[in-house]
Ligand binder design. Structure first.
Ligand code: URA
Length: 191
């Protein structure tokens, strides 16, 4: 198996789907290559496309804050990547063929990093890994065994920015759940 830097180099020239044509650069992922905790978002926005890093805009600021407040962690201690590595035009939803084309990059990242806990942010990441059409509101609030790791679905931070205090409280509770899973404690957190 290749290592993470070689994989990132390969991905930087990816033309497996039409998103390649509109990107400034591939947003592969960032963080600790040996992280116990792996966050998966949807896809890069405008700021991420420019900087080449995931979650550097408003959603990312919220993610950083909640990660610090509820888990005592910084983004350097975990790993952050997206379902699709290139920005969809005008921030539209990624299409099923784009998600499928990009999937091997994410699969390899998960294999190489080997986290204990995966937090899926929003519908796209949660549905992809859990192989369900169910929405995040129904999926979140509990943990799922997934390929030997604990999967914790939660709201996308952009939805929390739009959704107000209830979504915020839900995401906070999910991050506490993820923290408990990392430390091997039972996940007794109210939904
Ligand atoms: N939203 C995402 O899903 N991913 C990012 O990297 C930024 C915003």
């Amino acid at each position: 198996m290749v290592d993470l830097p070689s994989l990132a180099l390969d991905a930087s020239g990816c033309t497996r789907c039409a998103l390649a044509a509109g990107r400034t650069q591939v947003v592969f992922g960032m963080g600790n290559p040996h992280a116990d905790l792996f966050f998966i978002g949807e896809g890069p926005g405008a700021e991420e496309d420019l900087q080449g890093l995931p979650f550097v805009g408003r959603s990312g600021k919220l993610l950083d804050r909640l990660m610090a407040e509820e888990m005592g962690l910084s983004r350097d201690e975990c790993y952050i990547a997206n379902v699709v590595k290139c920005r969809p035009p005008a921030n539209r939803d990624p299409r099923p063929d784009e998600i499928e084309a990009c999937r091997p990059w994410l699969e390899s990242q998960l294999d190489l990093i080997g986290p204990k806990v995966v937090v899926t942010l929003g519908n796209f990441a949660s549905r992809l890994l859990l192989e369900t059409g169910e929405g995040i509101t129904r999926l979140r609030g509990r943990t799922y065994p997934w390929r030997g790791v604990v999967l914790v679905p939660t709201y996308h931070p952009a939805a929390v920015l739009r959704g107000g205090s209830e979504a915020m409280a839900g995401m906070r509770a999910d991050l506490v759940r993820a923290k408990m899973a990392m430390t091997g404690r039972p996940h007794e957190v109210a939904p």
